[in-house]
Design a protein around this ligand. Structure first.
Ligand code: NAG
Ligand code: NAG
Ligand code: NAG
Ligand code: NAG
Ligand code: NAG
Ligand code: NAG
Ligand code: NAG
Ligand code: NAG
Ligand code: NAG
Length: 460
């Protein structure tokens, strides 16, 4: 209703009338309020409406109610709404509805059951996009969602979810929900208490996630370019239906005790930065944990408490790796004796006694290890390796420790006056062979040199 064109006296009446998406305006032929709204186009006509498109140029406050749309409607588009409220069952009795787009909205609120659907609903796509402030109340998305419905919420400057915001049932197919380019304060417990096959967060900023923040029955949780400042205990809990967790290109601030916990078959962390991983921050049972190209400022004792079939830590950079930070990485039995923890290219800036200690039952492969050299140096090298790996002076070094010893060798480290051999001129990293002339040496030189050769820095 283009209010500006009317006389002042009428204007007031008009504003009052249009303040509510009025049902008082019904006439016999046009009893659906959307048909009486100037900014809306209803095609082909109101009684046989298929498409409703409203371009309201931010002039309107719109309240959507049950009965506002003709039941034959298939698509609903709203663009440019100043203030949009969706009240209970607004889309409930629209069995032909397949597509809804709500875009460019300044202020929006979905009340409880505002977006409730029936089991006979055909809704396949709902997009809400470019919203300044959006509040979704408990049970905003409820009822029964079906037919692989896709649900997309994007470009929201301030998004507020409530406990149980997404609470719909769905079968046989489970819809997917994407939230992108949004800023949220908190993830309330059970905000996503719906049977979702995929929950994808992209370019999302979240201050804090509490217990069961991602609880409910999500099967796959994927975060890309997410900034999640704090994961409290139970934020991501795999004890329910979660089968896959994938976090990429993201920043996770503090992961508190059991911030990510439970049983999740596949866990992938790629190109992420984590500020602080507290003890048991990752307390997981998983088939495969893969941390790739990620940076941790600090990993505390037992920070990675993971039982897995396979663990890959590749291109991982850690500023402070506390003693026994990795000792709670364990793998399930495998028949052949091949390693099931693979640490490839690990760089640590600050290590302590036991920083590189592993569970003695576990077979670990270590390739390309680079750690800070302690000040003062601990010599001979083997003694340093024993301290780093928490191996007693008497016990023989295991294969993992020997691999580390090879890789920690520097030509200048623990150099003894007499030690000059031709090999020293060769490889930069692996060449410092003769550092090893201490009484405890148990290693076989050729093995070490081979490993140094393949393990030294190659051009890539
Ligand atoms: C509305 O459109 C339908 C389909 O085009 C047509 O059959 C019907 O007569 C129209 N009704 C009115 C009131 O114009
Ligand atoms: C939008 O309308 C609701 C009432 O439906 C009101 O409570 C709210 O303050 C309005 N928001 C703005 C920004 O005008
Ligand atoms: C859709 O289902 C609801 C109840 O779930 C029922 O009341 C309604 O009549 C059904 N509509 C159609 C068109 O089948
Ligand atoms: C989650 O949904 C289930 C039913 O699907 C309900 O029983 C439970 O109360 C909900 N949890 C919360 C916290 O609302
Ligand atoms: C994870 O979920 C399970 C099952 O719902 C629950 O028993 C457990 O306490 C939860 N763990 C945390 C840390 O919240
Ligand atoms: C890694 O993530 C950062 C954001 O944290 C991003 O800027 C960068 O492009 C990503 N790198 C790759 C290779 O994807
Ligand atoms: C190992 O990681 C470091 C730091 O991320 C990087 O500079 C180096 O190129 C990597 N080396 C290999 C062989 O991947
Ligand atoms: C580290 O271990 C060595 C040898 O076991 C011990 O002498 C030293 O005191 C330990 N350092 C710390 C800070 O515990
Ligand atoms: C290891 O190297 C030392 C010194 O170069 C040499 O005396 C010793 O025989 C070598 N041991 C083996 C097993 O090759």
């Amino acid at each position: 209703m283009a209010a500006g064109r009317h006389l002042p006296g009428l204007l007031l009446v008009y504003l009052v009338m249009s303040a509510v998406f009025s049902t008082a305006y019904r006439s016999s032929e046009e009893k659906y309020s959307v048909c009486n709204t100037r900014c809306c186009k209803v095609e082909p006509n109101c009684s046989a409406a298929l498409h409703v498109a409203c371009r309201c140029h931010f002039a309107k406050r719109v309240v959507l109610r049950d009965g506002d749309f003709p039941p034959s409607v298939e698509t609903i588009y709203f663009y440019g709404v100043r203030n949009l409220t969706i009240t209970e069952n607004a889309l409930l009795n629209l069995p032909s509805l397949t597509r809804v787009e709500l875009r460019q909205i300044e202020w929006m609120k979905v009340l409880s059951n505002g977006l409730a659907l029936n089991s006979n609903s055909s809704l396949a796509f709902l997009a809400i996009d470019s919203v300044r402030d959006m509040k979704l109340e408990a049970d905003a998305f409820s009822g029964h969602w079906d037919t692989e419905a896709k649900l997309r919420i994007g470009y929201v400057s301030s998004l507020v979810l409530s406990q149980n915001t997404f609470s719909f049932q769905s079968s046989p197919h489970i819809p997917s929900l994407v939230i992108e380019h949004a800023t949220l304060r908190d993830i309330e417990p059970m905000a996503f208490n719906a049977s979702l096959e995929f929950l994808t967060l992209k370019d999302v900023e979240i201050k804090m996630c509490r217990r069961n923040g991602f609880g409910g029955s999500i099967q796959a949780l994927s975060m890309d370019r997410v900034d999640l400042n704090e994961l409290r205990e139970g934020c991501i809990n795999g004890s329910g239906s979660l089968r896959r967790l994938s976090v990429s290109n993201s920043r996770l601030g503090v992961i508190r005790n059991r911030g990510i916990c439970g049983s999740i078959p596949t866990v992938t962390i790629r190109n992420c930065s984590v500020s602080l991983l507290q003890p048991n921050g990752l307390q997981l049972r998983t088939a495969k944990l893969d941390i790739y190209s990620s940076k941790f400022t600090s990993i505390m004792t037992r920070g990675l408490n993971v039982l897995a079939n396979q663990i890959y830590l590749r291109k991982m950079v850690v500023d402070t790796l506390h003693g026994h930070a990795l000792k709670a990485l364990r793998t399930t039995e495998n028949e052949n004796d091949s390693p099931s923890i693979h640490i490839l290219n690990l760089t640590v800036q600050h290590t302590y006694n036991g920083s590189l200690a592993f569970d003695p039952e576990t077979n670990v492969e270590v390739v390309h290890l680079s750690v800070d050299v302690w000040e003062p140096q601990v010599c001979p090298l083997e003694r340093w390796v024993r301290q780093l790996t928490d191996t007693s002076e008497k016990a023989p070094l295991g294969p993992t420790q020997k691999q580390m010893q090879t890789q920690l060798r520097r030509h200048w480290l623990c150099k003894e006056p007499s030690s000059t051999t031709p090999a020293a001129a060769g490889a930069k990293d692996g060449g410092g062979e003769s550092a090893e002339q201490d009484p405890h040496a148990t290693g076989d030189n050729s093995t070490c040199d081979d490993q140094a050769g393949s393990g030294g820095k190659k051009d890539r």
